[in-house]
Ligand binder design. Sequence first.
Ligand code: ZN
Length: 502
Amino acid sequence: MGAKTDRLCKLLGEILDLDHASALLGWDQQTYMPPGGAEARAQQLSTLSRLSHDKFVCDEFGAALQAAQAEVAGLPLENDDAALVRRTARDFNKQRRVPSEWVSEFSLETGRAHPIWEKARAEADFAQFKPALETIVRLKRDYAEFFQPYEHIYDPLIDDFEPGMPTRQVKEVFDVLRPQQVELVRATKERGRPVSDGPVRQAFDVEKQRQFGVEVITKLGYDFKRGRLDKAVHPFTTSFSLDDVRITTRYDAGFFNDAIFSTIHECGHALYEQGIAPGLERTSLATGTSMAIHESQSRMWENFVGRSRPFWVAFYPRLQGLFPDALGKVKLADFYRAVNKVEPSLIRVDADEATYNLHIMLRFELELELMSGTLAVKDLPEAWNTRMRDYLGITPPNDAKGVLQDVHWSFGGFGYFPTYAMGNLVAAQLWERINKDIPDLATQIERAEFGGLLTWLRENVHRHGARYYPVELLQRVTGQGLTPEPYLRYLRAKFGEVYELH
Ligand code: ZN
């Protein structure tokens, strides 16, 4: 490493230490912190995020960055220094526009909002959360203004999670997806052989569910020496270094799908982070390159692998052994259909693959309206319920099962939701490539052999960390930009078979 880049890395390392300390406090906040700790924790997180921000955007850092830029000029992106300096410059130029008072206030307000959201959700009472959400929406609109001129007020927000992805392009892709997914859902309902989810809606002992989840993700390649699994209201993954990548999940004693697919999903995120090249540790490249690429990993493991027939060929006998009363007499074919039942439902994280993106488009459209100022926070529950009726044909019985279900708005994650749907599309694009490169993948999965798949992902996606922007990575691996066709092909093939539509 050149001397100037080395200097930059030293400064950056201290900033990342602060960020990882924040992440640890955040992990604790969502797992073990007693409710009484909320206000002090919000203050602590606010202080750390302001310190990190101030150290990042200061003139000393700017000068070090400039010197490093001169040092790496002309080097290709395959060079660690060049990639690191480019990514750091992008982040610096964004954050430099944001005043530290805003950072501090935003962190404090979102820290306070989290327990308020939890309580409002538990009591199904949107009114309790409304004032906090109004503050967060105002702060996010202020944030967008720091990035004038923009084409759409939502552009700077989505760019935080998905570098280089304009709102316009997301809309175009969603406009192709929406009618075709609505049509597929209708076909399963009107022409499909009905699927019963009775097998997965029985009593499942929570401790045994946990044990099964641990066995599964160990097989998938999750390294427990460099991670751990805990419970959280809203499952998430977080990392404090490449060797400490933690996941969380939740359990429903009456519905098997919830815990296992959440666990595999978060494991998918963690495999990405655990697979980043060790040489990138403690730099801004030691993370996934974007949320859509991250979601492509979690959704691929959760759905393309975890909800596939070969996967259950491998794991169903063990599951029957753990739950002989519930599953002893249920045939594999019926169990497989049960975990893939298509049914418009209220909760995004429990949604099947055919309806999932509709939940995302609903949130995306509401966020666009909130940010544009055409929808007020007080009208949000009604707007939510109206769209649920339009897209999915159902109405939430209360706000907990509607507008309050997701944690994202409490932490100000506007711009985050569309990356879930994009992640599905990217997963399908990668999946087509993977199946060309590993023709006997299904057979490997039937034998619970995941080494081939994981090695492919490590080589093509994981090890690069944030070296390439998401569009660059996708081009390198698939030769294409973001496109909905592979996902639509995947959905039609899978649900055509599950529902016997042909
Ligand atoms: Zn995820």
